[in-house]
Structure formats: structure tokens, C-alpha cells
Design a protein around this ligand. Structure first.
Ligand code: SF4
Ligand code: SF4
Length: 85
């Protein structure tokens, strides 16, 4: 039987226009799911980039980021088994 892929508990959205490319979120993420983009934003900074999976929704990157509005962390609802009546 194939192993079932575990659902991510969170999702990170980067607002590239507010990111100053300091890299603090990359260092802070315990899941190592943030990297830096090769592309430059309008300030000329390489910006943070979510890897696309692995986020737990812990919010540590948000706490580490000095730029208000650069990161949004979503905590995703988990699918629970229906409770037996
Ligand atoms: S919320 Fe936590 S796991 Fe998700 S990207 Fe930020 S630091 Fe990493
Ligand atoms: S901590 Fe904030 S400003 Fe620094 S790279 Fe990450 S998103 Fe950009």
C-alpha cells in the first residue's frame, strides 16, 4: 500500500514588494522551507521564496521578519475523521 502524503499544516505567502531580502526568515524557519529568489524586486533585493510545501504554520518566520506585511502565514484546517455517533 502506498504511503499517504501528510497534509501541510500551514502555508507561507511572500509579498515580494515589501521584502528587503535580509534572509532572517530563511535562517529562522525550522522546516527549512524558505529560500531566496534569484529575481530582484523593485528595490533591487532578492526576496524570500516559499518552497511550496513543508510549512507547519508555526509563525516563526513572521516573528523574525522586520518588514511588516512581507510575510503572511496561513494555518490550514486539518481534515478530521468524522466523529462516530
Ligand atoms: S510558518 Fe514556520 S514552518 Fe512555515 S515557513 Fe514560517 S517558519 Fe517555516
Ligand atoms: S525576513 Fe522579511 S524582509 Fe527579510 S528576507 Fe524574509 S521576508 Fe524578506
Amino acid at each position: 500500500m502506498a504511503a499517504e502524503k501528510k497534509q501541510d499544516r500551514g502555508k507561507l505567502v511572500v509579498n515580494e514588494n515589501d521584502c528587503k531580502g535580509c534572509g532572517l526568515c530563511v535562517e529562522a524557519c525550522p522546516m527549512h522551507c524558505i529560500g531566496m529568489s534569484e529575481q530582484l524586486n523593485h528595490y533591487g533585493y532578492k526576496t524570500a521564496q516559499y518552497a511550496g510545501s513543508g510549512c507547519t504554520g508555526c509563525g516563526i518566520c513572521f516573528m523574525a521578519c522586520p518588514e511588516p506585511g512581507a510575510l503572511t502565514v496561513w494555518r490550514l484546517a486539518t481534515q478530521h475523521e468524522p466523529v462516530a455517533a
